[in-house]
Design a protein around this ligand. Structure first.
Ligand SMILES: [Mn+2]
Length: 335
């Protein structure tokens, strides 16, 4: 790491936690399987040590991840009920994000608390807002880091915790096919499976149990796919109108960006999603093009092969052209 943030290791994190009696766990908006699975596992671990632990998130648990919420452990931000909890926490653990604005309306209370803020995350380029950063950019997922924390602490991983970590790993690796799917990760997964969790039923609940509306939305998005840069790039877009007409929400676009890469010859893709405040852009690369660099030019960031950005309202066609232009340039340089 070339910057000067206060990076910490697992023993230092456990040391910090050992002195804490009230801990809050939080994660980014639109939480995914890794965000929620990491929280659920840390929740169980800290609870077992007698810590008063709460999970408070800006957004609720999406329906396809409700299998993580059997104990109703997740609370959705309500300023009146939660501000004091954040302000009084000894430690706030920031899981799976590294910029304070990723918790949106919770940001002020998270930053104003008297306790320590500690980031546990695997994304690149953390911003300064926390007192400690357990950042492992080589990790497949935050859940993989949480596994290491629990293993280091000698925690006996039960079936419930294993399920949470497994969901985090499966969702962040695209079911073991993305970069950072290592032999070590499969060994960790084997350890989780030893507890008796069932991959088939978990996968079915996360990926094969969508309401029909999502499939209708998928059809609309795929019908509008565009190939650019001599077929080496593709663009997908979903407008507010498409959400309204199919009765879907932004929650329903999870993973759809990957369809843009599942085309022969395509090396890089982007999915543009229209939100109230502008466009959310998700970038994916097959390997050669570093899309975190491209995302950075649009004010975002992320991983080399998966990144994102948000831009203020603008014309869709114009935005597509800007992205395609950038893609073609990168592809020209990679030849
Ligand atoms: Mn993650």
């Amino acid at each position: 790491m070339s910057d000067t943030l206060p990076y910490i290791d697992i023993p230092a994190l456990l040391e910090t936690l050992s002195g804490a009696s009230r801990v809050v766990l939080t994660t980014h908006v639109n939480p995914d399987g890794d965000a929620l699975g990491s929280e659920a596992a840390m929740f169980t671990f800290l609870s077992s040590r007698g810590v008063d632990v709460r999970i408070i998130n800006a957004d609720p648990v999406p329906e396809n991840l409700s299998l993580l919420d059997d104990d109703s452990m997740f609370e959705t931000w309500d300023a009146a009920a939660h501000r004091d909890v954040l302000l009084d926490a000894d430690v706030i653990l920031c899981l799976d994000f590294n910029q304070s604005d990723r918790v949106r309306e919770m940001e002020e209370s998270m930053l104003g608390g008297r306790g320590q803020r500690v980031v546990i995350d695997h994304h690149l380029h953390p911003r300064p807002f926390a007192d400690g950063y357990l950042t492992v950019t080589e990790a497949s997922s935050t859940a993989e880091i949480v596994y290491d924390i629990l293993a280091h602490a000698g925690f006996d991983i039960d079936r419930h915790t294993a399920l949470a970590l497994y969901v985090g790993i499966v969702t962040d690796t695209g079911s073991f096919r993305f970069e950072r799917t290592t032999p070590r990760l499969h060994r960790i997964t084997a350890d989780l499976l030893e507890t008796g969790i069932e991959p088939m039923s978990i996968h079915r609940r996360i990926y094969d149990d969508y309401p029909i509306e999502r499939t209708m939305l998928l059809g609309r998005i795929l019908a509008g796919i565009e190939r650019r840069c001599d077929g080496r790039a593709s663009l997908l877009a979903v407008t507010r109108e498409m959400f309204v007409e199919t009765g879907t929400t932004v929650e329903d676009i999870e993973n759809i960006v990957n369809y843009g890469l599942a085309i022969r010859g395509v090396e890089v893709t982007a999915l543009l999603t229209q939100l109230d405040e502008g466009w959310k852009i998700s970038f994916r690369s097959r390997g050669e093009i570093a899309v975190n660099d491209i995302a950075a030019e649009f004010g975002g960031g992320g991983h080399r092969l998966a990144s994102g950005a948000r831009v203020r309202n603008g014309d869709l066609g114009e935005l597509k052209d800007r992205i395609a232009e950038r893609f073609c340039k990168a592809l020209g340089e990679s030849r």
